[in-house]
Design a protein around this ligand. Structure first.
Ligand SMILES: Cc1cc2nc3c(=O)[nH]c(=O)nc-3n(C[C@H](O)[C@H](O)[C@H](O)COP(=O)(O)OP(=O)(O)OC[C@H]3O[C@@H](n4cnc5c(N)ncnc54)[C@H](O)[C@@H]3O)c2cc1C
Length: 298
């Protein structure tokens, strides 16, 4: 492990000044990705800027108008324990609840998961399907962008020099929208996703057809990948088991997995199919529960 200086700014302005002044420094949140890589000398920052001490960063705030505001210090465990997250944003809550172990979830932040930009990040599919935006602060002021546009590739984000993420905003979901996330791991726990699939479906008021659909596949491309052909297939259709099966088949074709020690591309593609079928069905079921509709898949 190399030597580094540690700063714990108390305000966003102070943090921006530090990030700008130390181009070889790194922003620290829970450290669950960071410290492993520093110990292995994969990363050798000269300065760590711990953003968890900034006032308000640990706040998880909910309003029926604005949705869920997740500060940069909010941990996976806070999301896992949040009733509103499970009620209105299950695709995110299910992803956060799957990360690592209790010990990891007590430290790991949702923002760190997104900034680390691993294709397998368990909160990314849920956040993208729910239309979440990252809030960014930097020398040029504040801005925000969709999580979908923020992740550029493994370990690469859309942050400019001197910028860091202050939080994530997940817009409120209507009561006809349901979401879900699941992953497959070779081991039962303490493993990262070999494949993950998130889905969000909004059902039309009287007809119950799929009015809006977002599907995101994790760990099968350099970035969490929107399954746009599947979304087109589902939009305007009446949900049914046959439709969910067809969605799985198209998702498998749309994924771009590689073979590695954790699984072959072919197995990953099959898992994408299975998990997409399940997640679209779960998201529809969740939307029906929320809207009070009794109609089930044919
Ligand atoms: C044993 C173990 C199990 C794990 N299991 C899983 C799993 O099941 N699923 C999963 O998705 N991940 C898993 N991880 C990875 C890790 O826990 C998550 O990615 C976690 O969410 C990272 O958050 P953190 O707060 O610890 O980030 P840190 O380690 O502090 O930072 C990670 C990266 O994000 C950057 N960063 C952090 N915060 C900000 C910010 N506010 N602005 C700009 N950049 C920032 C850092 O500079 C660094 O590059 C596991 C890790 C370990 C060690």
């Amino acid at each position: 492990m190399n030597n580094f200086e540690y700063f714990a700014p108390k305000t966003i302005r102070e943090a921006v000044a530090l990030v700008k002044a130390h181009p070889k420094g790194m922003v620290l949140a829970g450290g669950t990705d960071m410290l492993v890589r520093i110990k292995a000398r994969v990363w050798e920052p000269d300065v760590l800027i711990d953003v968890k001490r900034i006032s308000g960063m640990d706040e998880l705030k909910f309003s029926r108008k604005a949705g869920l505001s997740i500060g940069a210090g909010v941990t996976m465990r806070q999301i896992e324990l949040s009733e509103v997250a499970h009620t209105y944003f299950p695709g995110l809550a299910q992803g956060a609840s799957l990360v690592g172990s209790f010990q990891i979830r007590n430290l790991a932040t949702v923002v760190g998961n997104i900034c680390n930009a691993a294709p397998s990040a368990d909160t990314a599919p849920g956040l993208i399907t729910l239309g979440a935006k990252v809030r960014i602060a930097g020398p040029g002021g504040r801005r925000s962008m969709l999580v979908e546009n923020f992740i550029l590739g493994p370990g690469k984000t859309n942050l400019k020099p001197g910028e860091f993420v202050t939080g994530i905003q997940v817009p409120m979901t209507g009561n006809r929208t349901g979401s879900a996330y699941v992953r497959h791991t070779p081991r039962g726990a303490m493993d990262i996703a070999m494949v993950g699939v998130g889905a969000a479906v909004t059902l039309a008021p009287r007809t119950g057809i799929c009015e809006d659909v977002k599907i995101v596949m994790g760990a099968v491309a350099p970035v969490p990948l929107r399954a746009k052909a599947v979304e087109r297939l589902l939009k305007g259709e009446v949900p049914s088991d046959d439709l969910f099966e067809a969605a799985g088949k198209i998702a498998a074709r749309e994924s771009r997995p590689i073979s590695d020690v954790r699984g072959s591309a072919e197995f990953r593609r099959q898992m994408v199919g299975v998990l997409t079928t399940r997640m679209v069905s779960d998201a529809v079921e969740n939307a029906r529960k929320r809207s009070g509709s009794k109609r089930r898949a044919a």
